[in-house]
Structures are given as C-alpha cells and as structure tokens.
Design a protein around this ligand. Sequence first.
Ligand SMILES: C[S@@+](CC[C@H](N)C(=O)[O-])C[C@H]1O[C@@H](n2cnc3c(N)ncnc32)[C@H](O)[C@@H]1O
Length: 262
Amino acid sequence: MIAPPKNSEWAKAYYTTGGSFWSGEENAESGRKRAQTIARLAGPDRRAVLEIQSGHGGAALATAQAGYDVTALDFAPIQSENARRLVNQAAPGRLTVVAEDQHTVDLGQRFDVVACWDGFGIGDDEDNLRLLHRIANDWLAPGGIAILDIFCPLPWAAAHGRDQTLDRNHSTHAYRQNRRMWFDPITAVAQDEWCPLSDEDGRRLEDLRITQFIRCYFPADFVRLASSAGLQTSLMEIDGAPLSSDRLREAWHYLVVLERGK
Ligand SMILES: C[S@@+](CC[C@H](N)C(=O)[O-])C[C@H]1O[C@@H](n2cnc3c(N)ncnc32)[C@H](O)[C@@H]1O
C-alpha cells in the first residue's frame, strides 16, 4: 500500500532537484489559457490573485499581463528564481514572487482569487485539508473564489505499472529520463518516479532519482474535503465543459471553483 507521505517529507527535495531537470521550460500557450480561465471564472471585479505552487511562473506572468495583480508563491529555489526574472514583463498588471512554504507563510494580505494549477494533492489528507483551511481563512477576501486543478484517480490508475524512457523534448531538459508510475487504489495515491539516464550508456543515474506522490480525489470526495474546510464547490469542469464520466476517465485533472460557505 502506498500511504500518502506528508508534503514536508519529500516535496521540497523533489521539486528542488526536479527544477534542475526541467529548468525554465515555459509553455506560453498554457499560461495564457490559465489566465483566460481566471478571467472567465472571476469576472471583471476580482483583480488580486494569489497563485500557489506557481512553479517557474509562466501562468502567473500571463495572468499579470492580462491586468491582474498577481502574487506567485512557490518554495522551490530554481522555480522562484525563474519566476522572479519575469517580474519586469508583468505590465499592465503586477507580479510579486514569494519563495516560501504555503503551509507556513504569512502573506499579510487577502486575495480575490486563489489559483493552483496542476498541483493540489501534494501531501496527505491532513496537508490538503490544512491548505484548504488556509485558502478559506487566511487568503480569500470576502466574495473571493479559489480555482484549483484536482488530480483525477482514473488516468493514474490506468497508468499503473507504466515504465517508459523519455527523450529530451525541450531545450531546457537536462537529461533523458526513465519514468515509472504506480497507483494505489486503496489510498488513491499516485507514485511517480523520474530517473535521469546517462547519455553515454543509458545507465540509470540513481543518485538523481526523484519520486513524487500525488493524492488523487474523485469529485464527490473532494467536495466533502472542501466542505469540511468551510468551502463550497460551486463549479467543476474539464477544459471548460461540465464534468462527464467519460472525460473523468481520461483527464489528468479536473478544475473546481470554491467559495467560502455562507
Ligand atoms: C506539479 S508542480 C506545478 C507547478 C505549476 N503550477 C505548473 O503548473 O507548472 C507543483 C509546484 O508546487 C510547489 N510546492 C509543493 N509544495 C509546496 C509548498 N509546501 N509550498 C510552496 N510550494 C510548494 C513545487 O515547488 C512545484 O513548483
């Protein structure tokens, strides 16, 4: 059984090392799509955005360039440094980068939108519930919304046992990699291992091997978890369309919109 390990036990080491594997890869198109999603769901009046787990900052930059005042929070050093390099391009909005732990940081400010792309579930249920409490109690301004990607169990279950060699497919990829994936149907935890390969002889560079653990949630289970943190789920969708059983079998994550319960 794969028990979901706590975020503090592995995440910083994983993303710090991973930052040097895929350093600075930015997908401008995906950033723009995320900014458009914020504009569509937040409407014209919500302008202050907190993006947690913001990685290299591509989505945060696109959101700022769409006119928002964005705070990008991520504790991984290379990712935050890359995001800082984007701050000067943020006009007409603003981009502020905070390189701290989301579980402990005091931002001293509330936000109209809290966004988390491709990242909720990096920890055990206690971590994930604590993060939802932080969104509800520390970060959301009155009338604010949270927009989160939630990892869906079924595609990870279908990937159980996958073992593949991945070539560099971007100039910033430092290595070819061996990727192995497992999924535990009891705990709904995906285990995802990346091991760089030697260019000379294809040997696994075990010293550089990293493993992430992702707690996946079926929609009904996520709604219950959010509700226990005082957050109502007002919308769930995949690529802008309502959830469907078929799409939930294929999409790596679905998107939820949360509001503080009245
Ligand atoms: C899967 S990546 C997603 C990055 C980005 N949102 C994207 O879509 O490219 C998850 C990010 O969460 C960050 N992260 C994980 N745990 C964190 C924590 N406790 N505090 C701050 N950042 C954290 C990692 O450093 C990493 O950059």
